[in-house]
Design a binder for this molecule. Structure first.
Ligand code: UGA
Length: 433
Protein backbone atom coordinates (compact mmCIF):
# COMPACT_ATOMS: atom_id res chain seq x y z
CA UNK A 1 0.00 0.00 0.00
CA UNK A 2 1.09 3.59 -0.50
CA UNK A 3 1.16 5.70 2.66
CA UNK A 4 2.02 9.34 3.44
CA UNK A 5 2.89 10.51 6.95
CA UNK A 6 2.61 14.20 7.84
CA UNK A 7 5.04 15.17 10.63
CA UNK A 8 8.30 13.44 11.51
CA UNK A 9 8.40 13.78 15.29
CA UNK A 10 8.94 10.57 17.16
CA UNK A 11 5.42 9.27 16.47
CA UNK A 12 5.41 10.13 12.77
CA UNK A 13 8.90 8.96 12.03
CA UNK A 14 8.65 5.69 13.97
CA UNK A 15 5.25 4.98 12.37
CA UNK A 16 6.46 5.78 8.85
CA UNK A 17 9.65 3.77 9.16
CA UNK A 18 7.84 0.78 10.70
CA UNK A 19 5.16 0.80 7.99
CA UNK A 20 7.92 0.71 5.36
CA UNK A 21 9.57 -2.18 7.22
CA UNK A 22 6.39 -4.28 6.83
CA UNK A 23 6.38 -3.66 3.08
CA UNK A 24 4.39 -0.48 2.45
CA UNK A 25 5.73 2.36 0.33
CA UNK A 26 5.92 5.31 2.70
CA UNK A 27 6.62 9.00 2.17
CA UNK A 28 7.25 11.07 5.29
CA UNK A 29 6.54 14.77 4.93
CA UNK A 30 8.08 17.54 6.99
CA UNK A 31 8.27 21.24 6.16
CA UNK A 32 11.78 21.51 7.58
CA UNK A 33 13.98 20.97 4.50
CA UNK A 34 17.22 20.54 6.41
CA UNK A 35 15.59 17.82 8.50
CA UNK A 36 14.27 16.16 5.34
CA UNK A 37 17.76 16.18 3.75
CA UNK A 38 19.24 14.49 6.81
CA UNK A 39 16.48 11.88 6.99
CA UNK A 40 16.97 11.08 3.29
CA UNK A 41 20.51 10.08 4.23
CA UNK A 42 19.24 7.80 7.00
CA UNK A 43 19.89 10.15 9.94
CA UNK A 44 17.17 10.31 12.57
CA UNK A 45 16.49 13.73 14.14
CA UNK A 46 15.54 11.97 17.39
CA UNK A 47 17.44 9.47 19.51
CA UNK A 48 15.44 6.26 19.31
CA UNK A 49 17.19 2.89 19.57
CA UNK A 50 17.00 0.82 16.36
CA UNK A 51 15.40 3.56 14.26
CA UNK A 52 18.33 4.60 12.07
CA UNK A 53 19.09 0.98 11.15
CA UNK A 54 15.52 0.56 9.89
CA UNK A 55 15.63 3.91 8.09
CA UNK A 56 18.81 3.04 6.23
CA UNK A 57 17.51 -0.42 5.32
CA UNK A 58 14.17 0.76 3.95
CA UNK A 59 15.56 3.79 2.12
CA UNK A 60 17.96 1.40 0.36
CA UNK A 61 15.06 -0.96 -0.40
CA UNK A 62 13.21 1.89 -2.15
CA UNK A 63 10.22 1.81 0.24
CA UNK A 64 10.92 4.86 2.39
CA UNK A 65 10.98 8.43 1.10
CA UNK A 66 11.17 11.91 2.61
CA UNK A 67 9.93 15.18 1.17
CA UNK A 68 8.91 18.70 2.17
CA UNK A 69 6.28 18.83 -0.62
CA UNK A 70 2.77 17.74 0.37
CA UNK A 71 1.70 17.24 -3.24
CA UNK A 72 4.56 14.81 -3.81
CA UNK A 73 3.77 12.78 -0.69
CA UNK A 74 0.00 12.67 -1.28
CA UNK A 75 0.07 11.87 -5.02
CA UNK A 76 -0.31 8.08 -4.80
CA UNK A 77 -1.38 7.74 -1.16
CA UNK A 78 -4.09 5.25 -0.12
CA UNK A 79 -3.80 6.50 3.46
CA UNK A 80 -2.42 9.75 4.89
CA UNK A 81 -1.32 9.68 8.53
CA UNK A 82 -1.42 12.88 10.58
CA UNK A 83 1.33 12.74 13.21
CA UNK A 84 1.96 16.39 14.01
CA UNK A 85 2.39 17.79 17.52
CA UNK A 86 -0.45 18.88 19.80
CA UNK A 87 1.48 20.97 22.36
CA UNK A 88 -0.07 21.99 25.66
CA UNK A 89 -1.32 25.56 25.88
CA UNK A 90 -0.93 27.55 29.10
CA UNK A 91 -4.44 26.57 30.24
CA UNK A 92 -3.76 22.84 29.78
CA UNK A 93 -5.75 22.52 26.54
CA UNK A 94 -4.22 20.91 23.46
CA UNK A 95 -3.09 23.32 20.75
CA UNK A 96 -4.61 22.07 17.48
CA UNK A 97 -2.93 24.56 15.15
CA UNK A 98 -0.71 21.93 13.48
CA UNK A 99 -3.57 19.44 13.19
CA UNK A 100 -5.79 21.97 11.42
CA UNK A 101 -2.91 23.03 9.16
CA UNK A 102 -2.32 19.37 8.23
CA UNK A 103 -6.03 18.90 7.43
CA UNK A 104 -5.99 22.01 5.24
CA UNK A 105 -2.87 20.80 3.42
CA UNK A 106 -4.54 17.44 2.77
CA UNK A 107 -7.71 19.12 1.47
CA UNK A 108 -5.64 21.33 -0.80
CA UNK A 109 -3.42 18.64 -2.32
CA UNK A 110 -5.24 15.31 -2.57
CA UNK A 111 -6.33 14.16 -5.98
CA UNK A 112 -7.67 10.68 -5.24
CA UNK A 113 -9.83 9.00 -2.60
CA UNK A 114 -7.97 8.49 0.64
CA UNK A 115 -8.31 7.49 4.30
CA UNK A 116 -6.91 10.11 6.70
CA UNK A 117 -5.49 8.45 9.83
CA UNK A 118 -5.03 10.59 12.94
CA UNK A 119 -2.07 9.35 15.02
CA UNK A 120 -1.61 12.55 17.03
CA UNK A 121 -3.26 12.62 20.45
CA UNK A 122 -6.30 14.83 20.00
CA UNK A 123 -9.18 15.77 22.31
CA UNK A 124 -12.38 13.82 21.85
CA UNK A 125 -14.26 15.34 18.92
CA UNK A 126 -11.19 16.63 17.04
CA UNK A 127 -11.50 14.07 14.28
CA UNK A 128 -14.93 15.54 13.52
CA UNK A 129 -13.21 18.91 13.13
CA UNK A 130 -10.67 17.35 10.75
CA UNK A 131 -13.48 15.68 8.77
CA UNK A 132 -15.27 19.04 8.48
CA UNK A 133 -12.13 20.80 7.24
CA UNK A 134 -11.68 18.07 4.62
CA UNK A 135 -15.31 18.11 3.53
CA UNK A 136 -15.26 21.90 3.20
CA UNK A 137 -11.90 21.98 1.42
CA UNK A 138 -12.14 19.22 -1.19
CA UNK A 139 -14.62 17.27 -3.27
CA UNK A 140 -12.42 14.18 -3.13
CA UNK A 141 -13.92 11.48 -0.93
CA UNK A 142 -11.97 11.00 2.31
CA UNK A 143 -12.77 9.42 5.66
CA UNK A 144 -11.03 10.22 8.94
CA UNK A 145 -9.93 7.34 11.16
CA UNK A 146 -8.65 7.67 14.73
CA UNK A 147 -5.63 5.44 15.35
CA UNK A 148 -3.92 6.53 18.60
CA UNK A 149 -0.39 5.39 19.37
CA UNK A 150 0.83 3.66 22.51
CA UNK A 151 4.57 3.84 21.89
CA UNK A 152 7.00 4.62 24.66
CA UNK A 153 9.92 6.86 23.82
CA UNK A 154 13.15 4.92 23.97
CA UNK A 155 11.43 1.67 23.02
CA UNK A 156 9.14 2.99 20.29
CA UNK A 157 10.47 0.67 17.57
CA UNK A 158 10.13 -2.38 19.79
CA UNK A 159 6.64 -1.29 20.89
CA UNK A 160 5.50 -0.85 17.28
CA UNK A 161 6.29 -4.46 16.45
CA UNK A 162 5.24 -5.93 19.82
CA UNK A 163 2.28 -3.77 20.88
CA UNK A 164 -0.56 -5.24 22.98
CA UNK A 165 -3.20 -3.84 20.63
CA UNK A 166 -3.83 -1.48 17.76
CA UNK A 167 -6.87 0.76 18.28
CA UNK A 168 -8.83 1.84 15.22
CA UNK A 169 -11.81 4.18 15.44
CA UNK A 170 -13.68 4.46 12.16
CA UNK A 171 -17.16 5.04 10.81
CA UNK A 172 -17.27 2.70 7.81
CA UNK A 173 -16.51 -0.96 7.06
CA UNK A 174 -14.39 0.16 4.15
CA UNK A 175 -12.03 2.28 6.25
CA UNK A 176 -11.86 -0.39 8.97
CA UNK A 177 -10.91 -2.98 6.34
CA UNK A 178 -8.19 -0.72 4.90
CA UNK A 179 -6.67 -0.35 8.38
CA UNK A 180 -6.80 -4.14 8.86
CA UNK A 181 -4.90 -4.53 5.58
CA UNK A 182 -2.28 -1.95 6.52
CA UNK A 183 -1.56 -3.54 9.88
CA UNK A 184 -1.96 -7.25 9.03
CA UNK A 185 1.81 -7.94 8.81
CA UNK A 186 2.32 -6.76 12.43
CA UNK A 187 0.19 -9.65 13.70
CA UNK A 188 -1.08 -7.55 16.64
CA UNK A 189 -4.77 -7.70 17.74
CA UNK A 190 -6.77 -4.82 16.27
CA UNK A 191 -9.50 -3.31 18.42
CA UNK A 192 -12.20 -1.64 16.32
CA UNK A 193 -14.50 1.01 17.73
CA UNK A 194 -16.00 4.34 16.74
CA UNK A 195 -13.90 7.49 16.32
CA UNK A 196 -14.75 9.18 19.63
CA UNK A 197 -14.14 6.06 21.71
CA UNK A 198 -10.74 5.59 20.06
CA UNK A 199 -9.86 9.19 20.90
CA UNK A 200 -10.90 8.58 24.50
CA UNK A 201 -8.98 5.27 24.78
CA UNK A 202 -5.75 7.17 24.28
CA UNK A 203 -6.41 9.75 27.03
CA UNK A 204 -7.90 7.19 29.40
CA UNK A 205 -4.89 4.87 28.95
CA UNK A 206 -2.30 7.56 29.64
CA UNK A 207 -4.32 8.99 32.54
CA UNK A 208 -4.66 5.52 34.06
CA UNK A 209 -0.92 4.83 33.82
CA UNK A 210 -0.16 8.26 35.35
CA UNK A 211 -2.63 7.44 38.13
CA UNK A 212 -0.86 4.14 38.79
CA UNK A 213 2.46 5.99 39.13
CA UNK A 214 1.11 8.71 41.43
CA UNK A 215 -0.67 6.05 43.49
CA UNK A 216 2.50 4.02 44.09
CA UNK A 217 4.40 7.23 44.84
CA UNK A 218 1.89 8.14 47.55
CA UNK A 219 2.24 4.61 48.94
CA UNK A 220 6.04 5.08 48.82
CA UNK A 221 5.79 8.28 50.82
CA UNK A 222 3.67 6.46 53.38
CA UNK A 223 6.16 3.58 53.44
CA UNK A 224 8.85 6.16 54.17
CA UNK A 225 7.01 7.38 57.24
CA UNK A 226 5.88 3.94 58.42
CA UNK A 227 9.05 1.93 57.78
CA UNK A 228 7.69 -0.35 55.05
CA UNK A 229 9.48 -1.03 51.76
CA UNK A 230 7.56 0.09 48.66
CA UNK A 231 9.36 -2.37 46.38
CA UNK A 232 8.04 -5.28 48.38
CA UNK A 233 4.62 -3.64 48.60
CA UNK A 234 4.49 -3.16 44.81
CA UNK A 235 5.71 -6.71 44.18
CA UNK A 236 3.08 -8.09 46.54
CA UNK A 237 0.33 -6.00 44.96
CA UNK A 238 1.45 -6.75 41.40
CA UNK A 239 1.00 -10.49 41.82
CA UNK A 240 -2.73 -9.86 41.75
CA UNK A 241 -3.55 -10.05 38.03
CA UNK A 242 -6.27 -7.47 38.49
CA UNK A 243 -3.62 -4.95 39.55
CA UNK A 244 -0.64 -6.08 37.45
CA UNK A 245 3.00 -5.44 38.30
CA UNK A 246 3.83 -2.91 35.57
CA UNK A 247 4.05 0.84 36.17
CA UNK A 248 4.33 0.38 39.91
CA UNK A 249 7.92 1.65 40.16
CA UNK A 250 7.99 4.38 42.78
CA UNK A 251 10.30 7.27 42.07
CA UNK A 252 10.37 10.98 41.44
CA UNK A 253 7.26 11.03 39.31
CA UNK A 254 6.46 10.94 35.63
CA UNK A 255 7.75 13.39 33.03
CA UNK A 256 7.97 13.42 29.24
CA UNK A 257 5.86 14.77 26.46
CA UNK A 258 2.80 12.60 27.12
CA UNK A 259 1.59 11.98 30.67
CA UNK A 260 1.87 15.60 31.90
CA UNK A 261 0.27 16.98 28.74
CA UNK A 262 -2.44 14.35 28.38
CA UNK A 263 -3.52 14.40 32.04
CA UNK A 264 -3.91 18.21 31.94
CA UNK A 265 -5.77 17.96 28.65
CA UNK A 266 -8.20 15.35 30.02
CA UNK A 267 -8.94 17.51 33.08
CA UNK A 268 -9.67 20.31 30.62
CA UNK A 269 -11.77 18.09 28.32
CA UNK A 270 -13.82 17.06 31.38
CA UNK A 271 -14.34 20.61 32.59
CA UNK A 272 -15.61 21.57 29.12
CA UNK A 273 -18.56 19.27 29.81
CA UNK A 274 -18.92 20.50 33.42
CA UNK A 275 -17.17 17.52 34.94
CA UNK A 276 -14.57 18.07 37.66
CA UNK A 277 -12.03 15.27 37.19
CA UNK A 278 -10.86 15.51 40.81
CA UNK A 279 -9.05 12.18 40.77
CA UNK A 280 -6.85 13.27 37.87
CA UNK A 281 -6.21 16.68 39.43
CA UNK A 282 -4.89 14.85 42.50
CA UNK A 283 -2.68 12.65 40.30
CA UNK A 284 -1.15 15.79 38.78
CA UNK A 285 -0.62 17.41 42.22
CA UNK A 286 1.02 14.29 43.63
CA UNK A 287 3.37 14.23 40.64
CA UNK A 288 4.40 17.86 41.11
CA UNK A 289 5.20 17.13 44.75
CA UNK A 290 7.10 13.98 43.83
CA UNK A 291 9.33 15.72 41.29
CA UNK A 292 10.50 18.09 44.03
CA UNK A 293 11.05 15.30 46.60
CA UNK A 294 14.85 15.07 46.13
CA UNK A 295 15.22 18.75 47.04
CA UNK A 296 13.21 18.35 50.26
CA UNK A 297 15.14 15.23 51.24
CA UNK A 298 18.56 16.73 50.60
CA UNK A 299 17.67 19.97 52.39
CA UNK A 300 16.40 17.97 55.35
CA UNK A 301 19.68 16.06 55.43
CA UNK A 302 21.70 19.27 55.54
CA UNK A 303 19.57 20.77 58.33
CA UNK A 304 17.33 22.88 56.09
CA UNK A 305 19.79 24.59 53.75
CA UNK A 306 21.90 23.58 50.75
CA UNK A 307 23.55 26.99 50.36
CA UNK A 308 27.12 26.59 49.11
CA UNK A 309 26.78 22.80 48.74
CA UNK A 310 27.96 21.13 45.55
CA UNK A 311 25.28 18.77 44.30
CA UNK A 312 25.70 16.32 41.42
CA UNK A 313 22.67 15.27 39.39
CA UNK A 314 23.09 11.91 37.68
CA UNK A 315 20.67 11.48 34.77
CA UNK A 316 18.85 14.49 33.35
CA UNK A 317 16.48 13.05 30.70
CA UNK A 318 12.88 12.32 31.80
CA UNK A 319 13.65 8.60 31.54
CA UNK A 320 16.44 6.35 30.24
CA UNK A 321 17.18 5.70 26.54
CA UNK A 322 16.01 9.09 25.37
CA UNK A 323 17.54 12.55 25.05
CA UNK A 324 14.11 14.10 25.72
CA UNK A 325 14.11 16.70 28.48
CA UNK A 326 10.42 17.60 28.33
CA UNK A 327 8.91 17.83 31.84
CA UNK A 328 11.96 16.04 33.27
CA UNK A 329 12.27 16.10 37.06
CA UNK A 330 15.80 17.50 36.56
CA UNK A 331 14.22 20.82 35.56
CA UNK A 332 12.39 21.24 38.87
CA UNK A 333 15.26 19.85 40.93
CA UNK A 334 18.03 21.98 39.36
CA UNK A 335 15.94 25.17 39.53
CA UNK A 336 15.06 24.65 43.20
CA UNK A 337 18.61 23.77 44.20
CA UNK A 338 20.09 26.76 42.40
CA UNK A 339 17.47 29.10 43.89
CA UNK A 340 18.45 27.72 47.30
CA UNK A 341 22.09 28.65 46.72
CA UNK A 342 23.56 25.27 45.75
CA UNK A 343 26.18 24.71 43.09
CA UNK A 344 24.79 22.12 40.66
CA UNK A 345 26.60 19.89 38.19
CA UNK A 346 24.73 17.52 35.88
CA UNK A 347 25.62 14.39 33.97
CA UNK A 348 23.58 12.50 31.39
CA UNK A 349 24.84 9.92 28.88
CA UNK A 350 22.82 11.37 25.98
CA UNK A 351 20.66 14.37 26.94
CA UNK A 352 23.27 17.00 27.88
CA UNK A 353 22.85 19.10 24.73
CA UNK A 354 19.07 19.24 25.18
CA UNK A 355 19.52 19.81 28.93
CA UNK A 356 21.58 22.92 28.26
CA UNK A 357 18.57 24.44 26.47
CA UNK A 358 16.16 24.05 29.41
CA UNK A 359 18.11 23.85 32.68
CA UNK A 360 19.30 27.01 34.47
CA UNK A 361 22.22 28.65 32.63
CA UNK A 362 24.35 28.61 35.74
CA UNK A 363 24.36 24.76 35.78
CA UNK A 364 27.59 22.99 35.01
CA UNK A 365 27.96 19.72 33.14
CA UNK A 366 30.31 16.80 33.51
CA UNK A 367 31.38 14.22 30.93
CA UNK A 368 31.14 11.25 33.28
CA UNK A 369 29.58 10.24 36.61
CA UNK A 370 33.12 10.24 38.05
CA UNK A 371 33.69 13.87 37.04
CA UNK A 372 30.25 14.95 38.31
CA UNK A 373 30.69 13.40 41.76
CA UNK A 374 34.27 14.63 42.29
CA UNK A 375 34.19 16.70 45.49
CA UNK A 376 30.35 16.78 45.62
CA UNK A 377 28.53 17.11 48.95
CA UNK A 378 25.58 15.12 47.68
CA UNK A 379 24.52 13.10 44.64
CA UNK A 380 20.95 12.92 43.35
CA UNK A 381 20.06 10.15 40.90
CA UNK A 382 17.24 11.31 38.63
CA UNK A 383 17.27 8.86 35.70
CA UNK A 384 17.85 5.12 35.86
CA UNK A 385 20.20 4.80 32.88
CA UNK A 386 21.93 1.38 32.80
CA UNK A 387 25.25 3.21 33.07
CA UNK A 388 24.09 4.75 36.35
CA UNK A 389 22.53 1.56 37.73
CA UNK A 390 25.80 -0.26 37.05
CA UNK A 391 27.95 2.22 38.98
CA UNK A 392 30.01 0.82 41.82
CA UNK A 393 28.81 2.59 44.97
CA UNK A 394 32.48 2.65 46.00
CA UNK A 395 32.76 5.54 43.51
CA UNK A 396 30.95 7.82 45.93
CA UNK A 397 33.27 7.04 48.86
CA UNK A 398 36.23 7.54 46.56
CA UNK A 399 35.10 10.90 45.13
CA UNK A 400 33.19 12.47 48.02
CA UNK A 401 34.29 13.44 51.51
CA UNK A 402 31.07 12.51 53.33
CA UNK A 403 28.97 10.79 50.66
CA UNK A 404 25.25 11.47 50.67
CA UNK A 405 23.16 9.90 47.89
CA UNK A 406 19.48 10.46 47.16
CA UNK A 407 18.43 7.81 44.67
CA UNK A 408 15.22 9.03 43.06
CA UNK A 409 14.82 5.85 40.99
CA UNK A 410 15.69 3.13 43.51
CA UNK A 411 18.59 1.95 41.34
CA UNK A 412 20.59 0.24 44.07
CA UNK A 413 20.03 -2.67 46.37
CA UNK A 414 19.76 -1.64 50.03
CA UNK A 415 22.08 -4.48 51.07
CA UNK A 416 24.69 -3.29 48.59
CA UNK A 417 24.35 0.31 49.83
CA UNK A 418 24.82 -0.78 53.45
CA UNK A 419 28.21 -2.28 52.57
CA UNK A 420 29.56 1.18 51.73
CA UNK A 421 30.29 4.09 53.98
CA UNK A 422 27.55 6.30 52.50
CA UNK A 423 24.28 7.85 53.59
CA UNK A 424 21.81 6.48 51.10
CA UNK A 425 18.23 7.69 50.72
CA UNK A 426 15.79 6.30 48.18
CA UNK A 427 12.04 6.46 47.54
CA UNK A 428 9.76 4.51 49.88
CA UNK A 429 12.58 2.36 51.25
CA UNK A 430 14.40 2.64 54.58
CA UNK A 431 17.47 4.89 54.50
CA UNK A 432 20.93 3.43 54.95
CA UNK A 433 23.97 4.80 56.82
C1 UGA B 1 3.87 7.05 27.52
C2 UGA B 1 3.05 5.74 27.46
O1 UGA B 1 3.71 4.72 28.23
C3 UGA B 1 2.87 5.27 26.03
O2 UGA B 1 2.01 4.13 26.00
C4 UGA B 1 2.24 6.40 25.21
O3 UGA B 1 2.10 6.05 23.87
C5 UGA B 1 3.13 7.63 25.30
O4 UGA B 1 3.23 8.01 26.68
C6 UGA B 1 2.47 8.72 24.50
O5 UGA B 1 1.36 9.12 24.83
O6 UGA B 1 3.03 9.10 23.47
P1 UGA B 1 6.48 7.68 27.45
O7 UGA B 1 6.04 9.02 27.94
O8 UGA B 1 7.39 7.60 26.29
O9 UGA B 1 5.19 6.78 27.05
O10 UGA B 1 7.23 6.95 28.63
P2 UGA B 1 6.89 5.92 29.80
O11 UGA B 1 7.85 4.80 29.68
O12 UGA B 1 5.47 5.59 29.86
O13 UGA B 1 7.31 6.77 31.08
C7 UGA B 1 6.67 8.03 31.40
C8 UGA B 1 7.17 8.54 32.72
O14 UGA B 1 6.68 7.72 33.78
C9 UGA B 1 8.71 8.53 32.86
O15 UGA B 1 9.12 9.75 33.47
C10 UGA B 1 8.98 7.37 33.79
O16 UGA B 1 10.14 7.55 34.56
C11 UGA B 1 7.74 7.37 34.67
N1 UGA B 1 7.42 6.05 35.27
C12 UGA B 1 7.04 5.00 34.48
C13 UGA B 1 7.49 5.89 36.64
O17 UGA B 1 7.84 6.85 37.39
N2 UGA B 1 7.17 4.67 37.19
C14 UGA B 1 6.81 3.61 36.43
O18 UGA B 1 6.52 2.55 37.00
C15 UGA B 1 6.73 3.78 35.05
Amino acid sequence: MNIAVVGTGYVGLVTGVSLSEIGHTVTCIDLDRQKVDKMKQGFSPIYEPGLEELMTKNIAAGRLFFTSQHSEGFKEADAIYIAVGTPERFDGTADLTYIKAAANDIAEHITKQVVVVTKSTVPVGTNDVIQNILSAGTDVECEVVSNPEFLREGSAVHDTFHGDRIVVGSSSEKAAKLMDDIYAPFNIPIFHTNVKSAEMIKYASNAFLATKISFINEIANLCDSLGANVEDVAAGMGQDDRIGSKFLNAGIGYGGSCFPKDTSALVQIASNVDHEFNLLRAVIDVNAHQQALPVHKIKEHFGGSVRGKKIALLGLAFKPNTDDMREAASIVVSQELILSGAEVVGYDPIATENAKKVLPEIMEYADSPEEATEGADAVIILTEWDEIKQLDLGLFTEKMLEPVVFDGRNCFDLKDASKHNIVYYSVGRPSVG
